[in-house]
Ligand binder design. Sequence first.
Ligand code: ZN
Ligand code: ZN
Length: 246
Amino acid sequence: MQSFETLLNESAQAHGHLCPGQVVGVRMAILGCRLIGLSVPLGKDNLKKLIVYVEMDRCTADAVAHVTGVRLGRRSLKFMDYGIMAATFVNLDSGQAFRIISTEDSRDLASVYVPDISEKGNRQREAYKRMPDSVLFKVQKVHVKLNEYDLPGPTRCKSVCSRCGQVVRDRREVIVDDKPVCRPCSQQSYFDHAREVCWPGMNWSPQLEGDNSPGEASVKLHPEEILREHHNINDSRKRDCLDYKN
Ligand SMILES: [Zn+2]
Ligand SMILES: [Zn+2]
């Protein structure tokens, strides 16, 4: 296992600063992995066995993800927006799962562990390095309700929203009147008043190195076909969409 200090420094570098949350997150990751029979840093094979649920979008979550190597894009990191300083570590091989919760005691006791530091942030950071796991954390053994649609790997199923036509992956649709509906259409959404727009420069695409046809996507279509496709898409957008200024 890499030393705690090395893990912490690397995590702080990736996160952007060395804060108390980094210390808590690195220790959370070490403990969580240890409880489910893994050790950090995880090799490629062990990484495939791990899923982590984080319950806060704060500094600690970055440290947990960095030290374990779980990623949102690989479906090994799950974000639950609970506002709780906790994370659950699941071993997919054994089914073992432990939820680790950062204690309020650890905040209250920071001055006991480092009485000589008065500035709050520094005091917490140094205290969290020194406290035993039992002061820093509460641990729960839990059963995680994972189904096949939550697992890493390719998309297992797609459905089409019966209201807006959007493709919805991995059973995230809801059923309304026996029909699949995407969550935005079913009003379970973080936004409202969605209206599709046309925008200035909407035919832009990056110029690729060694590609002499600026602005055209590098698809193997005849240039006239590309232009016709652009016109078709733009025409239908202009019919159906708002100008972006509105
Ligand atoms: Zn931070
Ligand atoms: Zn929809």
